[in-house]
Design a protein around this ligand. Structure first.
Ligand code: ADP
Ligand code: ADP
Length: 220
């Protein structure tokens, strides 16, 4: 499903070059739940950005379903991102002026679905994360765990095959974190492929496979 071959990422600023990733080889199978761990600065976000088509490798290839993504134009990449991928972040990234329901509909605005269809899909996604009773609330009225559940609903509303989560439990206490992980496990058992960055060994143990990074390299 996701295949990185000899991926290297170099960030160049005016004065310095940072080798953020070096010789990464990683094959993520359909329906796998993979966690990525490693100290701060080891390249976890860079790796997730490359898998999420938000950034391109400096060397090597990133393939999605067997297609090298460097063959795609920006517009095609944006479409792939919208259709195939759902993103979840540590700090939720909800829009405070929009209701829960409107937040969840956002990814569908880039598609040709009707307002009615959008509403229905958003309602279904919120049901899935147990937040049907909060649809007209605003993010500030929710707990951290509830906000993350809204963010998960937004990530899955377009039924992506892949969910990329960057420390989804990092801002939550352990009870809420466990709840979020259970939701991700449930989505995975229903067919979603999930890649999750985490600092939490206990969370990583609940996934199928752990990839460790150190200084931009895979620890084997
Ligand atoms: P992690 O997510 O594991 O903390 P990152 O992928 O954010 O690590 O960063 C890996 C390395 O790349 C770090 O040394 C970081 O300072 C550097 N880096 C990340 N993003 C940029 C950028 N946009 N420009 C320059 N250097 C960057
Ligand atoms: P139906 O076609 O009867 O709506 P689905 O199995 O397609 O049933 O979807 C049921 C629920 O699962 C939906 O609410 C949807 O949000 C969620 N869902 C479907 N596919 C995925 C996926 N790949 N990742 C996460 N959630 C999904």
């Amino acid at each position: 499903m996701i295949h990185l071959k000899n991926v290297e990422k170099v960030y160049r600023t005016s004065s310095i070059e940072t080798l953020a990733l070096s010789n990464i080889n990683l094959h993520i199978q359909k329906k796998e739940f993979v966690s990525i761990m490693g100290p701060s600065g080891c390249g976890k976000s860079t790796l997730l950005n490359i898998m999420g088509l938000l950034d391109a490798p400096s060397q090597g290839t990133m393939e999605l379903d067997g297609n090298p993504v460097n063959n795609f134009q920006d517009k095609a990449l944006a479409r792939l991102r919208n259709e195939k991928l759902g993103f979840i972040f540590q700090s939720f990234h909800l829009i405070n002026d929009l209701s829960v329901l409107d937040n969840v509909e956002i990814p569908l605005l880039y598609r040709r679905s009707s307002a009615r269809e959008r509403r229905l899909l958003a309602q279904q996604a919120l049901e899935k994360v147990g937040l049907s009773n909060r649809m007209s609330h605003f993010p500030r009225q929710l707990s951290g765990g509830q906000k993350q559940r809204v963010a998960i609903a937004r990530a899955i509303v377009g039924r992506p095959e892949i969910i990329l989560a960057d420390e989804p439990t990092g801002n939550l206490d352990s009870a809420m974190g466990n709840e979020i992980l259970s939701i991700l496990q449930q989505l995975n058992s229903e067919g979603a492929t999930i890649v999750m960055v985490t600092h939490d060994e206990a969370m990583a143990k609940r996934t199928h496979r752990l990839v460790r990074l150190f200084d931009g390299s895979q620890v084997l």
